[in-house]
Design a protein around this ligand. Structure first.
Ligand SMILES: C[S@@+](CC[C@H](N)C(=O)[O-])C[C@H]1O[C@@H](n2cnc3c(N)ncnc32)[C@H](O)[C@@H]1O
Length: 198
């Protein structure tokens, strides 16, 4: 199930289980998330949609980066969901290609800035942060590089090997304070959770 495309090489990914280097290729990711990936039906302990929604005030504006099926839309009044693969997104583009005239109070990156290498992920975080107010926060769910999705096709995904420490380095770079670091589960898989505040 290796992915051999040489299109859009914007960085190298980590080795997959067969020892083949897989690359960040947005077309491949879009096909994977649109046609093969299924969202978790069981809530994550810290990054479950209702748990996060309860932390966001009704007047605040949320930018949901990689919104998937845009689950916050039915939980909060002011949501903009961005996702290149999903018809349910308010803007069907990558965060790299998203432009807005207003600044947001909060961003969620729930499993979405998780593909490619330091250069790709760093660029995406930089773009996400550029849409936030000076006083803002970010809620994170991170896959620490586990190819544990139900679809075998996930073997071709260049998961970024997230750790709290690595996220903390990005937080410093973008002047956020990282807090509430947790390891969480939805009963099936293990993920990392953290918050950024500034
Ligand atoms: C693991 S899914 C999580 C979806 C959703 N956040 C959730 O919790 O159900 C990752 C999502 O990130 C999106 N994604 C991938 N690359 C992206 C990019 N460059 N910009 C924005 N979203 C991206 C995918 O299309 C996919 O819907």
């Amino acid at each position: 199930m290796e992915h051999h495309s040489t299109k859009y090489h914007t960085g190298t990914g980590p080795l997959n289980i067969k020892g083949t280097i897989v690359f960040h290729d947005q077309d491949y990711l879009n096909d994977y998330f649109r046609n093969h990936w299924k969202p978790s039906l069981d809530a994550y302990v810290y990054s479950g949609y209702e748990t996060i929604a309860a932390k966001i005030k009704p007047h605040e504006w949320l930018l949901d980066v990689g919104c998937g099926y845009n689950p916050f839309k039915k939980l909060l009044p002011n949501v903009v969901g961005v996702d290149p693969a999903m018809d349910e997104a308010d803007f069907q583009v990558t965060i790299e290609d998203f432009y807005a005239t207003k600044k947001f109070d909060v961003a969620t990156c729930l499993g979405s800035l998780n593909f490619g290498d330091d250069a790709v992920v760093g660029r995406q975080i930089h773009k996400m942060v550029s849409h936030l107010k000076d006083h803002s926060r970010v809620y994170w769910r991170l896959n620490p590089g586990r190819r544990d999705h139900a679809s075998e096709k996930c073997q071709g995904i260049p998961f970024y090997p997230w750790s709290h420490r690595r996220l903390g380095e990005f937080a410093e770079l973008f002047d956020f304070r990282q807090c509430n670091e947790q390891t969480e589960t939805n009963g099936k898989v293990v993920r990392l959770y953290a918050e950024w505040h500034r």
